[in-house]
Design a protein around this ligand. Sequence first.
Ligand code: DGL
Length: 250
Amino acid sequence: MLNIGVIDSGIGGLTVLFDVIKSYPNCNYFYIGDNKNCPYGEKSATQIKNLSLRLVKYLVDEKKIDILIIACNSISSTSTSYLKKQFKNIKIIETVEPTASYVKQIGFNKALVIATKATVDSKMYVNSLEGHTVYQKACPKFVEIVEDINITNKLKDEIVKDELDEYLNKVDTIILGCTHFPLLIKSIEKIFKGKIIKSSEGIILKLSDLIPTTNQKGLLKIYTTGNNVLFENKLKKMFGKTVKTENIDL
Ligand code: DGL
């Protein structure tokens, strides 16, 4: 059975992990949320490379992964080629190119990419969608409100409306260029009626070439570099899932 590592700065990558497991239950999954260092999106590309290196090293050395899913756009847009050079023996799937291919395939007129500062600064989405009208906006507050277990839905709605308002009539598609943002989808859907694209959609298509169809069921291990009790509470509140998680010190 294939071992798949999945990484993010925190809880966001679980939006990818849970969608991927639904499509491919027949693999073992090892997830790390680097909550100790969250958010990544405000850090420099060099810092993000160094932080992600240690996550992947752990997964390769300890969990013998065959495939790495970078379930974080900030890592994907700053560190993919670096990680590919460091880890030549595993297959690495990032978020940006699969998402760009997927939106091109389903078609769109004008799109807004909302993401972290690191992803926006990399211009990777704009470059991958060259020839199309693509606006991009960094929404660092969105990561904060997703990771904040105590925030009310009302406040979430207000912050989301405030940040997106100027684009709502300009685009027919919003690309969630940060894996934390599907956790704000209810707030976004209240004010936007167009297409909303998540990172998991393109990744699932990309994985179809790599994962054979079998009837097996793999295991799931979730690690955080932060407080695992808090992480479990977030999982329960945001995904409605009761899952044991473990703290790891990296
Ligand atoms: N979920 C991440 C992303 O897709 C990172 C958010 C952050 O840590 O700033 O970019």
